[in-house]
Ligand binder design. Structure first.
Ligand code: MG
Length: 474
């Protein structure tokens, strides 16, 4: 007996060491996870370049976004991946041109409630990417990458989904208000649009009450932050609004000097304030990056119910600047250096930028279309993106290289008639001198047109187009 305990000492010692080591491992794993920043993407729908106070709107009040811009970075040359909803969202979440994933089409420009397909499972979403590093992920709001169960966010890397799976003007009931009455808000009711509200994969409300949808989306984000504050998280908040038809909760109706459109944008801004306040209250403001932007430009067909592209030409659906250049604000105290940034950026850059910050290697089995915005965000480097490709469906209409943009084809905006014109030589604009694209300077710069043609040739040389996911409808 006397010898037993000393004999067991080494064993006990080893066991203690093993326990301590596993504790250390799990502590350091937790510390690693805590070091990873949280990410929140707030994506507005059809909000134009000129629709925020910080971007010069004279009567829409957006104090929270303006403050975000002041404390963070306000980008002035930032682009959506496409000028309409579905391809734009595919580009943001995959970091790839929609033409590669098949999420654009010359037959239908977006997915509809009778569409058969969605984002292919072979695509890697930002949510799947961040999950590899232990992130909790939530998609709240408009998805528009396929509403059949196998295409919903919970099958594309998100732990949770809560939202209307496509545009808020879809599933219109026969005789329901809309196009004919859009100027008469009293004639448009949320019940006129039988859109479902989905939690994970279940419909929990139909028609979704759109009067309160913006408010509810923001509240869901706040709850998710509180519930997941102890591990890194990624929240993709994609508002259904200010896409028409416009709805706001009672608290905001009739408040904005810009009218109903202003009410809607101001409610979104209010939600941004609530989200930032929740981050501060939970002590996460120094470890969270928030980015605010929009999927495409304003829907000008709807006159005052659509937004404004400010000084940019045209809007949603077109490859003029107003269709794809968006307000974009990055916020992250201590990580994002406050500045107004005129470097070129794209929503497709967010995939690689956030992947790097989270320490997740990039996929190496496919062509990606982003650059790392990290050095510019940190204030210690210049922008790596020199070009933007402007697709309409599967056709390349225009290309930007540095200061200049060449239009090979131009066409009227979404839902508006406008003839398609092919330009040879292309129209050429200096976007820094002429952001409104008014003065064609092609005849003075044949060498720049040559350079842009080279860029296009190089892009097209290894382009493999994905199978069209938007064409098939019942
Ligand atoms: Mg849109």
């Amino acid at each position: 007996m006397e010898n037993t305990i000393p004999n067991k000492l080494p064993v006990i010692f080893i066991m203690i060491m093993m326990l301590a080591a596993s504790g250390l491992v799990s502590c350091s794993k937790q510390a690693d996870l805590r070091d990873k920043p949280n990410f929140i993407i707030i994506f507005a729908d059809d909000l134009g370049y000129g629709d925020l106070g910080a971007y010069g709107h004279p009567t829409i009040k957006t104090p929270h976004l303006d403050k975000m811009a002041q404390e963070g970075q306000k980008w002035t040359n930032f682009y959506a991946a496409a000028s309409v909803c579905t391809p734009s969202r595919a580009g943001l979440l995959t970091g790839r041109l929609p033409v590669r994933s098949g999420m654009c089409s010359d037959k239908h420009r977006v997915l509809f409630p009778n569409s058969k397909n969605g984002l292919p499972t072979s695509e890697i979403t930002l949510a799947e990417q961040l999950r590899k590093a232990g992130y909790k992920t939530a998609c709240i709001g408009k998805w528009h990458l396929g509403h059949h169960e196998q295409y919903l966010p919970v099958h594309h890397g998100f732990d949770h989904y809560y939202g209307i799976p496509y545009s808020n003007d879809m599933d219109r009931i026969p005789g329901g208000g809309y196009l004919e009455y859009f100027q008469d808000h009293d004639a448009i009711k949320t019940e006129d649009f039988n859109v479902p509200l989905i939690r994970n994969t279940d419909i929990i409300e139909q028609p979704a009450d759109q009067n309160t949808i913006t408010k509810r989306y923001s509240e869901k984000v706040v709850s998710f932050i509180r519930e997941n504050k102890n591990q890194p998280f990624f929240i993709y908040l994609a508002h259904n609004l200010p896409h028409i038809p416009l709805f706001a909760s009672e608290e905001f109706l009739g408040k904005s000097r810009r009218g109903l459109y202003g009410d809607v944008v101001e409610e979104i801004d209010h939600g941004v304030g609530k989200i930032l306040a929740a981050l501060k209250a939970e002590g996460l403001d120094n470890n969270t990056i928030v980015v605010f932007t929009s999927d495409n430009g304003p829907w000008l067909l709807f006159e005052t119910h659509g937004g404004s592209a400010g000084l940019l030409r045209a809007g949603k659906g077109s490859t003029w600047e107003g269709g794809m250049r968006e307000p974009c604000i990055f916020w992250g105290p201590g990580r994002i250096k406050p500045a107004v940034v005129s470097e070129i950026g794209s929503t497709m850059d967010i995939f690689i930028t956030f992947s790097k910050m989270a320490g997740v290697p990039m996929p190496d089995d496919r062509i990606m279309d982003g650059v790392d915005l990290g050095p510019v965000l940190a204030g210690n480097g210049t922008g790596q993106r020199k070009s933007i490709l402007y697709y309409r469906g599967t056709k390349l209409y225009a290309a930007r290289l540095g200061d200049y943009k060449a239009h090979f084809i131009t066409q009227g905006a979404y839902g508006m008639h406008g003839k398609k014109e092919v330009h040879s030589p292309p129209l050429l604009y200096n976007l820094n001198h002429d952001p409104s694209e008014q003065y064609d300077v092609a005849e003075y710069h044949p060498e720049i047109i040559r350079q842009i043609n080279e860029l296009v040739k190089e892009h097209q040389s290894d382009l493999i187009m994905g199978e069209d996911q938007l064409a098939d409808r019942n």
